[in-house]
Ligand binder design. Structure first.
Ligand code: GLN
Length: 216
């Protein structure tokens, strides 16, 4: 049997606790990541919702930006929710000119996209890879994906209302991002989708190591 995946939660700022509580319910070990050494010890990472401008500044200050970029380039599975989606985006709109991101997702993300007047908004969103009822999505000063590159799989869009058709869930390789906060609703299905990706990568790597050992 394969070992339990260790999933880090980037704990610089934001709704860290909710992710730490959700992940063990899916059979993953959840640990806090604040330092590069801690990042090096995880099989995957969740970047929570919060305030992306603050999170980005803290990531730079804690010396995490470059290690995070290197980990993403190396194929580390990362799930970003809300501010986490912003952190994973290659390009931002409505962001301060000096706001940096980890990047890796070939998307243009608009911050606070649902309108400054509407602080939060809820909707039912069908997510590809999530079976059963649509996900009850809670958006809090949320971004959306304004444009997605060719290699990006759109997992979900808003249906109806002024944001009709807007992209709010995407996947590219081992990176997953949602505009909304599944960790706040008790619905674990988006996290389950992510933990599946993490398990698959662990199994692949274990296979690769076993293969190398046989070669020797
Ligand atoms: N508006 C926030 C930002 O730009 C994101 C909000 C959230 O994560 N709930 O970082």
């Amino acid at each position: 049997m394969s070992r339990k995946p260790v999933v880090g939660v980037l704990a610089l700022q934001g709704d860290v606790r909710e992710h730490l509580a959700t992940l063990p319910e899916l059979g993953a070990e959840a640990v806090i990541v604040r330092r590069p050494e801690e990042l090096a010890g995880v099989d995957a990472l969740v970047v929570p919702g919060g305030e992306s401008t603050t999170m980005a500044k803290l990531a730079a200050r804690f010396g995490l930006l470059e290690p995070l970029r290197a980990a993403v380039a190396d194929g580390l599975p990362v799930y970003g929710s809300c501010a986490g989606m912003i952190m994973l985006a290659d390009r931002l709109l409505d962001a301060p000119p000096d706001q940096v991101t980890v990047g890796g997702l070939d998307v243009t993300v608009r911050r606070n996209a649902f309108g400054r007047q509407v602080d939060s908004f809820e909707s039912q969103v069908e997510i590809e890879g999530v079976a059963g009822d649509p996900v009850h999505a809670v958006f809090i000063r949320a971004p959306w994906v304004e444009e997605a590159g060719e290699g990006v799989q759109v997992l979900g869009r808003v249906v109806g209302g002024p944001a009709d058709g807007r992209i709010v869930a995407v996947r590219q390789g081992n990176l997953v991002a949602t505009s909304f906060h599944p960790e706040l609703t008790g619905d674990r299905r988006v996290h389950a989708l992510f933990v599946d990706i993490v398990r698959r990568r662990l199994a692949e790597r274990a296979g690769a190591v076993a293969g190398n050992e046989e070669d020797q």
